[in-house]
Design a protein around this ligand. Structure first.
Ligand code: UD1
Ligand code: CA
Length: 456
């Protein structure tokens, strides 16, 4: 059995350069707070414990993160990264392997971290570094003549020669809890910033003949921290680019991979086509051959084979069968369940509506709390009056019902199969199968009527 992995996530800092009332670590990448990305990564690594070190706006961070599996630690004063990690140690068992991550470094791949953690033992630790053209701002990795890592020197404490070093500390490291519990209390804050530097444990490790093994991320964005909104936007674009590449590898055509945004999990079948400026949120499944028109926003929805969603449709919590056609400008709300070959046209809103195979609601309608059979045709401007201000009521239309345009169906109401509703009707009573129901004012024609005229 390997020793348990405990992940300590530092998130106590202020983040003043975000210029925001929202704590920095709660700013979202791909619709999810940065801190939650890091926590999900910790879970993906199989962490036995996840420790969130919070300070600035601690309550806001904590309450935005209700998960039971997080152990919160308050770092009342931000005295440095070493001090921050130390606060979590009482909750970490001695035999643990500890991985230190940051709430504002959201996109590190779990593969990169797994590799880093594999270096942890009694006589070695893992340090994640990278080499930059412009290393300014970062702690520099100092190596000896044999290339072994000796120490990390912070920018503000570095001399000329050290400043020239281009290999830098990402901040992410993995080390045994025993070593941390031994070393962190020995840190001093006699340095340029008067802080207890986590980075000083590297020199301690060298002194005590604990080997420092170095790993590098596959991409610098994996270790890119966010200090301002521009960096947040850069990470968002990189992450979206990664998702777009994956979708294309799975057989989806993206008309412009830079203009699709996925804020959640998008599962695609082969030959899915996604046009520009589309947004996917939550869990979305697009089966083989589904086509999504430009400007659609699709959330927590399943769409079966070959269905076409025309431009500017907004779908939330819908379930759509194969060969259907939706939009343009359709709005499907939670509980819209559409069978095969259904058609929903422009300016149609549906909520909690079960629509049978081949049925059509083509124009300007509201269908809520309704069950429609197969082959139903709902004319333009039909409204289910499902709400009396307090309660919701259901409308049921049998197979092959034909509803004339501009009809109000005052629920609860049931229309039997093959019945026909005359245009402009307000239907308040049930209609039996095969009947024609007409419920509208009778037309009156007044001959030779003198139309009022404007006086000039
Ligand atoms: C740190 C590293 C530096 C590395 C850089 C990478 C140290 C001393 N230096 O520098 O070598 O190149 O990260 O970005 O570790 N935090 C707390 N409590 C504290 C202090 C910090 O939670 O008391 C958190 C901050 O919220 C932040 C992170 O730790 O998310 C890093 O702290 P910061 O002060 O920004 O360290 P750097 O100066 O960037
Ligand atoms: Ca920083």
């Amino acid at each position: 059995m390997t020793d348990p992995l405990h992940v300590i996530i530092l998130a106590a800092g202020q983040g003043s350069r975000m210029k925001s009332n929202l704590p920095k670590v709660l700013h979202a990448v791909a619709g999810k707070p940065m801190l939650h990305h890091v926590m999900d990564t910790a879970r993906a690594l199989g962490a036995a414990g996840i420790h969130g070190v919070i300070g600035h706006e601690a309550e806001q961070v904590r309450s935005a993160t209700p998960n039971q599996d997080i152990q919160w630690v308050l770092q009342a004063e931000q005295l440095g990264t070493g001090h921050a990690v130390e606060q979590a140690l009482p909750n970490v068992p001695d035999n643990a392997r500890v991985l230190v991550l940051y709430g504002d470094v959201p996109l590190t791949r779990s593969e990169t971290l797994e590799h880093l953690v594999s270096f942890v033992s009694e006589d070695s630790l893992g340090l994640l570094t990278m080499t930059l053209d412009d290393p300014s701002g970062y702690g520099r990795i100092i190596r000896d003549h044999d290339g072994a890592v000796q120490s990390i020197v912070e920018q503000k404490d570095a001399g000329q020669a050290q400043l020239a070093v281009r290999e830098v500390n990402t901040g992410i490291l993995a080390v045994s809890a025993r070593h941390l519990k031994d070393w962190l209390p020995q840190l001093s804050n006699r340095n340029a910033q008067g802080e207890y530097y986590l980075t000083d444990i590297i020199a301690m490790a060298t002194d005590r003949k604990v080997r420092v093994e170095v790993a590098q991320p596959g991409n610098v964005y994996e270790v890119q921290g966010v200090n301002n909104r521009q960096q947040l936007a850069e990470l968002e674009r990189w992450f979206q680019g990664q998702i777009a590449e994956r979708l294309m590898a799975q057989g989806a055509t993206l008309l412009d991979p830079a203009r699709v945004d996925v804020r959640g999990e998008l599962v695609v079948g082969q030959d899915v086509i996604i046009d520009v400026n589309t947004i996917f949120e939550g869990e979305v499944h697009l089966a083989e051959g589904v086509s999504i028109g430009s400007g659609c926003v699709i959330r927590n929805t399943r769409i079966a084979e070959g269905t076409i969603i025309h431009p500017h449709s907004v779908l939330d919590g819908a379930d759509i069968g194969p060969g259907a056609e939706i939009g343009p400008f359709a709005r499907l709300r939670p509980g819209a369940t559409l069978a095969a070959r259904t058609k929903v046209g422009n300016f149609v809103e549906m909520k909690k509506a079960v629509i049978g195979e081949g049925s059509k609601v083509n124009h300007l309608s509201y269908i809520g709390d309704a069950i429609l059979g197969r082959g139903v045709n709902v004319g333009a401007g039909t409204i289910t009056c499902n709400y009396d201000g307090v309660n919701k009521f259901q409308t049921v239309l049998g197979d092959k019902v034909f509803v004339g345009s501009n009809t109000s169906l005052v629920a609860p109401v049931t229309v039997g199969e093959l019945a026909t509703i005359g245009a402009g009707s307000t239907i308040t009573r049930d209609v039996t199968a095969g009947e024609l129901a007409v419920a509208r004012g009778k037309q009156r024609n007044v001959p030779d009527w003198p139309r009022p005229e404007k006086k000039s």
